[in-house]
Design a protein around this ligand. Sequence first.
Ligand code: C2O
Ligand code: CU
Length: 495
Amino acid sequence: MTGVHGLSSVGRRRLLIGGAATVAVLSTAGLAAGRQLSNPLAPKPLPPAPEPTSPTTRKVTLTAAERPVRLLGPDRPASPLWTYGEEPLTVIRARRGDTLEARLENRLPEHTSVHWHGLRIPNAMDGVPYITQPPVETGRHFDYRFVLPDTGTFFFHPHCDTVQQVGRGLAGVLVVEGDAPVPYAADVLCLLKDWRLDEDSGQFLDFLTDAGAAKAGTFGTVRSTNFEAAPTVRVPAGRDVRVRILNLDVTRVSQVGVMDAEAAVIAVDGNAVSPFPLTAWRMGPAMRLDVAVRAPAPGKAATVVDYFAKDPVPLMTLVGEGEMPAGPGDFDPAPLYAPTLPEPDLRDAEALPFTFSSTAVNQTVKTPDGGVIDLSRELCLNTATYWAINKQTWPERGHEFPPPPLAELTQGRSYVFELRNVTPHMHPIHLHGHTFKVLESNKVDRPVHWADTVLLTPKERVKIAFVADNPGRWMFHCHIIEHQDTGMMGYVTVA
Ligand code: C2O
Ligand code: CU
C-alpha cells in the first residue's frame, strides 16, 4: 500500500508479547488516574465548520488477501492475516468534501465487501452484501465512490463472515481531516485489537465459540496497539497532541484513560464535543475517541491505559522529546469545529422502542417465492442463535434472505430510539448511514454527544435521536461480532 496517494501504513516495529493475562501491568505507585486538571475546562461553544475548499479525489486500492505476518515475533511462526495491503494496517487520510474512490480487489477465498463505518454516505456504497450491493466474489472487484461528508476518525471493515474476516485483521482506518482550528503538535493513532492465536503455531484459534457467543464474546489471547505490544511513541514535549483511539477488537470493551498527563476528550466517534476532562471512557468494539493530551516533559512518559482490569493495562506510552515550549500555559485544548449534522426535532420526533435480549428461538423467514427457510440451518454456521432485537433474530451469514425491517422510517423525520438492554451483558449498538445524538440513560452519566455506536451496559436504557435523512436499508446491530453473528442484528428502512 505504500506509495499509493492518500495511503500510509503503520508498520510493526516491535513484537507482541504473550496473552492478555501476561501483559505487564504498570505499577500504580505515584501514578494519578484521572488527574485533576489545572483548568476545569468550562464548556465552550464549538466554532462552525468552514465549507471545504478545493476538494480533491483520493484514489486507493484495497487488495484483500491473506498475508503472513509475524505478529508473535520475528523468530516465531507467521500468522495468516487477512489485510487490505502489504502493511497490516491501511490508513487513508483525506479531507471533508474530498471524493474517495476505493477499489476493493478480492483475493480472499470467500466473498467480501467494504463497509465504511460511521460514514453518512449513499446506501449503495454502504458495503453490506445482499442488502446494499452484491457480494464481491473471489477474483472480482468493486469500486466505491463517495464524497466524505464529515470530518473525524473512522474505520472500514467487511460485513460478511465478519467474525473471521475482522478476526484475521481485515480493517483499515479512515481519517477525515480539517476539523482542528488550532493544529495539534502531533496526530497519533492508537488502534486497539486483540488476536486469537495459538502461540506455538501462530495459527488462529476458533473465532467463534458457543460459550463466548452466548455471553460477553470470545476474547483474544494477545492484545495489541497498532499491531504491537503497547508501543512507545515520541511526541513534542509540553505540547498538546491528538491521540485517536479506535477500539477495533471484535469483543473486548476497554475503559481508556491517560495516566501522568492532562487529557481531554475532544471527539466521540469522530464528532467534536466541547472538550471535557478524560477520566475513563468505556469503549466497546467499533467506538472511537479523540483525546487531546498535554505531552510530558522531555524523557518523561504518559500512558494510555485500559482501566477495565484489576490493574490498569498499558496500551501506549507517550514520551516527550525536544525542547519544552516557553510558557505552555494551562491545558485548555481548543474545541474542534462543530459537527455538520442535522439536528433532530425532539418535540416532533417519533419514539420507537428497541429491546436487545437473548433468545433461544431460531427464526424462519419466507422467501419471495413463498418458501420457508430456517436461517440458522440454511445460512448460518451456527445452529444456535443467542440474541435478538425486538424478539427478531438474524444470523450474520443470513444476509441473503433478509427478514422484515425492524422499523420503516420516513425520510426527513426525526426519531428517538429507546434502546433497552435486558441482558446482563454489554452491547455496543451501531446504526449505519446516520449519526445520532446520545441523549440520556437510566444508568450512565455521559455528556450529550453525537455518535454512530453507543455502548449499552447491562440493563441500561438509552435514548438516541437523529433525523432519518438518508434513504435506504440501514443495518442496526451489536458490534460485538459474535453477538451480531448469532442474532443481534436487523435493519431499518428510510424512504
Ligand atoms: Cu462497523 Cu455494521 O458495522
Ligand atoms: Cu452484543
